[in-house]
Design a protein around this ligand. Sequence first.
Ligand code: SF4
Length: 217
Amino acid sequence: MSEQELNGAILQRDKRTYAIVPRTPLGLVTPEILESIARAARKFDIPIIKITSGQRIALVGIEPDKVADVWQDMALEVGRAVEPCMHYVQACPGTEVCKFGQQDSLGLGARLDKEFVGMELPGKAKIGVSGCPMNCGESYVRDFGCFGKKNGWTVGGNAGAKPRIGDVIAEDVSDDEVVALAAKYFDYYKANAKPKERTSKFVNRVGIEEVKKAILC
Ligand code: SF4
């Protein structure tokens, strides 16, 4: 059975069982989501539940014939995990709760999530949003990232199997400008990257100055 047929399930190292990842935008969960996951894990005897680096909860080690039943039982939205598209936005708590926060990373993260998650792209992509230059949202090593400073957002970022530290492409910009820059960047990437070319390789190939020229005009 293909991963597509298995609704985005990820074949594991044993080449038999699968992992699935419910969508939990920005890593925010509710008691109901956690109860759904816990109930399904008990019912289907799922051996591993793992918090991922992308602030998602992976259920690992599911037999192929049980994948659909687990999804149905949890009744949670499917998180994209294998397709070439925008997989998720991760965000730190920012001004919502963190005393160091200088910008509302959860607010901007929610906007970026709504705008870009699921967008079809040449390769997998992820966004990181941090509320201050300490970058707990891993903004510098995501395909697109931004972090807050007193006067606005600093925008850059890049990632992949061969990550490169992100280049700063704009400073002191507003929420609206971050969303607009992300749209221009991903449109440019979509139009110019080779199939399966991750953003880090893509930017290395075309050159950061070309990227800046295309999206800062
Ligand atoms: S990046 Fe800054 S605002 Fe966000 S959690 Fe870390 S210290 Fe707090």
